[in-house]
Design a protein around this ligand. Structure first.
Ligand SMILES: *Cc1c(COP(=O)(O)O)cnc(C)c1O
Length: 432
């Protein structure tokens, strides 16, 4: 008689897991205020008091800056827009190179393309999965303008990158979409580089449906970010900016409704993060006796906020490939309520290394003639094998799950632990 569900045995769990519901009546009350005012957005795309947005936007920006200890916070309609603003604000020239991680959501690597710049991929760390400082340094050329670092899965990037950036006079854009409220020393992730970005998308720690926030301590960068957010070209003349005629602005404005939701979400963030950390601690204790998985490394002097909980799988101990282990594990468990369509939230790796996506393989981002790569007259290599660590992680080693979201009770966590243990205890059944 088979034990494992994948072979026809009984599942560890037949009930869906509880939903992650960070939104409550506080958000509803604040949104009601906006409804009563009837002003859903008060931005104007010209030089005017309303260039800076309405009362919810301005309050959110003040509160966000204070919570994270940065001089400026600028609200936009997504983290993707925030990345585009950041690459524009640092003065990227067409043909510049920007060093990026291949293990991230696609926008953190495609942002340079919007300004005609070239993403150059550096490999990631085998233990923390963030961009690798040594490989970053190897990839620097006289064309390099910036490094986009990603606080992947929930912890800050390697501080060595800051030294490298300083030495080579490069800007650091920190994509902190997955690590709000994580700390490195006394500082919050997101405030470690020249510009930081946060996401308020539905899948993130806190959300307003869609939304993004930029932070910076630099007045000049903040000015440019605000211009790019809101029709720079229509604003600069009246604003008296004589040096900033080279800016095409967008409409990346956040609405008052989203800002209202986000203000309440921000207040909940510390508690939601602490809850995740407590859940992870419980899970890791429970999974100690499953020898083929290793808990993720937390960098010295840093805290992790666990957007995902990423383990390292050791095939030499398990005697089976990671994917077979994960298939067996998933068969024991159930999806999360409200996220049923996403299936059981355990994944083999994270995203396919980005350079393997068709846009990089074919090297065409705009039009049909290979722009921007063709405009550089240089050759860029995006072939399989350029970042061996990320490929090994993605295809063989990384096992990540999302059953550490607040709302999971002890009994729910015990089922997750039970499933891992059951698959390990019956690993012979997986092998055969
Ligand atoms: C989610 C995410 C983004 C994009 O965020 P949006 O707000 O959805 O545009 C960018 N980078 C990383 C690392 C992300 O996880």
């Amino acid at each position: 008689m088979p034990e494992l569900a994948i072979n026809g045995g009984k599942k560890v769990r037949n009930k869906k897991f509880p939903p992650y519901l960070p939104i409550g009546k506080e958000e509803f009350c604040r949104v009601k205020e906006v409804f009563k005012s009837s002003i859903f957005s008060r931005f104007l795309g010209c030089w005017h008091d309303d260039f800076f947005g309405g009362p919810q936007i301005q309050a959110l920006e003040k509160e966000w800056a204070k919570a994270f200890g940065s001089k400026h916070a600028i609200a936009v309609n997504s983290a993707t827009s925030a990345l585009y603003c950041a690459v524009g604000a640092i003065g990227t020239e067409p043909g510049d190179e920007i060093i990026v991680s291949p293990y991230t959501m696609s926008a953190s690597a495609t942002a340079p393309l919007i300004y005609g710049a070239i993403p150059v991929f550096a490999d990631v760390e085998a233990d923390c999965y963030c961009i690798d400082a040594e490989d970053v340094e190897r990839k620097i050329t006289e064309r390099t303008r910036a490094i986009i670092v990603v606080d992947i899965m929930g912890q800050a990037y390697d501080p060595k990158i800051d030294e490298i950036a300083k030495k080579h006079n490069l800007k650091v854009i920190e994509d902190c979409a997955q690590a709000p409220y994580a700390k490195r020393g006394e500082k919050f992730a997101g405030t470690l580089g020249d510009i930081g970005i946060y996401s308020l998308n539905y899948h993130k720690h806190i959300h307003s449906g869609e939304g993004g926030i930029l932070v910076t301590d630099d007045d000049e960068l903040a000015n440019k970010l605000r211009l790019i957010r809101n029709h720079a070209e229509a604003v600069v003349e009246a604003k008296g900016e004589t040096d900033l005629v080279n800016m095409v602005g967008f409409n990346y404005r956040m609405t008052e409704l989203e800002a209202a939701v986000c203000r309440e979400q921000l207040k909940k963030l510390p508690k939601l993060v602490k809850e995740r950390q407590k859940i992870v601690e419980y899970l890791e204790k429970g999974l100690k006796d499953v020898p083929c998985i290793k808990t993720p490394k937390v960098r010295d002097n840093c805290t992790h906020v666990y957007y995902q909980h990423g383990f390292l799988f050791d095939e030499s101990i398990a005697g089976v490939h990671r994917n077979k282990f994960i298939d067996a594990l998933k068969a024991e468990l159930m999806p999360m309520t409200l996220r049923e369509t996403e299936g059981v939230k355990i994944s083999s790796g994270y995203v396919k290394p980005l350079y393997l996506a068709p846009i990089f393989q074919k090297k065409i981002a705009f039009g049909s003639k290979g722009y921007p790569w063709s405009a550089t007259g240089r050759d860029y290599d995006y072939s399989k094998g350029i970042c061996p660590v990320v490929e090994d992680l993605h295809y063989n080693k990384l096992l990540s799950h999302e059953y550490m979201r607040p709302g999971m009770k002890k009994s729910d966590l015990d089922d997750v632990i039970k499933a891992f243990k059951k698959v390990w205890d019956n690993i012979d059944e997986v092998r055969s």
